[in-house]
Ligand binder design. Structure first.
Ligand code: NAG
Ligand code: NAG
Ligand code: NAG
Ligand code: NAG
Ligand code: NAG
Ligand code: NAG
Ligand code: NAG
Ligand code: NAG
Length: 408
């Protein structure tokens, strides 16, 4: 166990290209060698009480100038603790095994007594919230890199992490030049993490032409830190829901979605949580085949009331246990009268995933081949029909001409 001395690098000279205020810190161990490195941005939104049944919300950012007192570098556990302002701190807990390391939790502590941030707070307590971000499977001697936003909501605190570069368990005292890129960055390859969604060539028969095709997300569940995935799913998701008489639609944004769930013998669960959508998929293993058994969806639109819909008696996405289910075309699943799901480029395997790869897929049938055959068949039929009509016309004309000659 080494207690660490610490050094903070301020970006005093600045990087001309980077006008944004990233927080960059380095922590050295007792041998004065680099052991923790971070360069990131965090936005906090905190809701606090200002009177009986009255609350206020403040937004502030992790400042450039922080302290690293309390940071610890050990062999298999490390803590990066950033202190700032009047008694606030942000601490990241890392653990490591042979080949990878991960973030176990982020503890954000805020002092409601700091009236420069929490004006009119009725409480003067110091509060803490623990977030569990999905920063896992980072290769040892690589740094974690994630430009996309990672939104963590716990109780009355929302933390948005972005432009994150993080390395713990630094070897040989120098930051690695190899990175482990987060899934969110891989799925939304074309920059701009928030608004613009990359539209892939997809069918245009979407319910509302105003929404782009949802981004395809890759989601997986591992039984524990050491193992590869036991459940895998990839799809783009849109939800249509009723608000009064109007039907509204919303897309799930994979980069702002947290993944949870569990794998079982008889049933597996996938839970996706974002600011606007909470969804739980329950899959059943009926010994030889699996299917999607239940769905529980909550939509929290920016305006209007939340819509909750659950259906526990479904029997779709059926495939043999040990294979995966695939459906590239847009699929419509009616959960309840008030809520409908649309899936795009779907592939799921809720049981028996090996080596973190999808097994052979069972396709949803009239996928590509089917959709090719239909227009061809229609085309051929039309051509034949036109030919028959033309032949009939010419025969009729000849006969008519023949008969008119006879009359003269
Ligand atoms: C973070 O907060 C800053 C300052 O309010 C704002 O300009 C920026 O857009 C926010 N970024 C995110 C990702 O919320
Ligand atoms: C505060 O809210 C609670 C529950 O919403 C309510 O029962 C109570 O009367 C409210 N108190 C005041 C002073 O408005
Ligand atoms: C603030 O804390 C002190 C003790 O530390 C306590 O006596 C006081 O009542 C608290 N004030 C408020 C507004 O809660
Ligand atoms: C991870 O695997 C290694 C060896 O494969 C083992 O020693 C260690 O206990 C495992 N860790 C956990 C958390 O299962
Ligand atoms: C599925 O269920 C059967 C019997 O109910 C069990 O033998 C099998 O191991 C299960 N498959 C998986 C992948 O859990
Ligand atoms: C799975 O289902 C089978 C048959 O219904 C049952 O015998 C078995 O105990 C179940 N296993 C678990 C882990 O629930
Ligand atoms: C669906 O989820 C909500 C919120 O988590 C819960 O209250 C409700 O009981 C669930 N419904 C079903 C049928 O599981
Ligand atoms: C579930 O669906 C099956 C077949 O669709 C039906 O026979 C059964 O009654 C349904 N059960 C419930 C609880 O709705």
């Amino acid at each position: 166990m080494f207690w660490c001395a610490f050094v903070v690098f301020f970006l005093a000279l600045g990087n001309e290209l980077h006008l944004s205020h990233a927080t960059e810190v380095s922590v050295n161990n007792t041998e004065n060698k680099l052991c923790l490195y971070a360069n990131l941005m965090v936005n906090f939104t905190v809701t606090y009480e200002v009177g009986v049944n009255k609350s206020e919300t403040v937004l502030f950012v992790l400042p450039e100038n922080v302290t690293t007192e309390g940071s610890i570098c050990n062999n298999t556990t490390s803590t990066l603790k950033l202190g700032f302002g009047d008694g606030h701190s942000w601490a990241v807990e890392f653990t490591k095994d042979n080949k990878t390391y991960q973030v176990d939790s982020i503890v954000f502590t805020y002092n409601l007594n700091d009236s420069s941030v929490f004006t009119n707070s009725t409480s003067n307590e110091t509060k803490s919230v623990t977030a569990k971000p999905r920063i896992t499977n980072v290769g040892v001697d690589t740094y974690y890199s994630c430009k996309s936003e990672n939104v963590q909501r716990v109780e009355s605190v929302t933390q948005t992490l972005y432009d994150v570069t993080l390395q713990a368990f630094v070897t040989n005292g120098s930051k690695s030049d190899t990175d482990t890129v987060c899934t969110a960055d891989l799925t939304s390859t074309t920059v701009a993490p928030t608004t613009t969604v990359t539209t892939t060539a997809a069918p245009t028969s979407t319910p509302t032409p105003t929404l782009p095709t949802p981004t395809t997300g890759n989601y997986s569940i591992a039984p524990d830190f050491n193992s590869t995935a036991c459940l895998m799913a990839t799809f783009g998701l849109r939800i249509g829901f009723k608000q009064g008489d109007k039907v509204e639609t919303i897309n799930l944004v994979p980069s702002a979605t947290e993944v949870g769930g569990a794998c079982g013998v008889n049933s597996s669960i996938l839970i996706l949580t974002s600011d606007t959508i909470d969804i739980m998929f329950t899959f059943s293993n009926d010994s030889k085949k699996f299917h999607l058994h239940a769905l529980n969806v909550t939509v929290k639109p920016a305006t209007g009331v939340a819509v909750v819909a659950a259906n526990t008696n479904m029997s779709i996405w059926v495939a043999a246990v040990g294979s995966s289910y695939m459906c590239n075309k847009e699929q419509t699943l009616t959960v309840t009268e008030t809520l409908t799901l649309y899936t795009f480029k779907l592939r799921v395997q809720p049981f028996g995933v090996e080596k973190g790869e999808f097994a052979t897929a069972e396709d949803c049938g009239d996928d590509t081949t089917g959709s090719w055959l239909v227009p061809i068949a229609v085309g051929v039929a039309l051509a034949v029909l036109i030919l028959i009509v033309l032949i009939a016309y010419f025969i009729g004309r000849k006969r008519n001409q023949g008969s008119s000659y006879e009359h003269f």
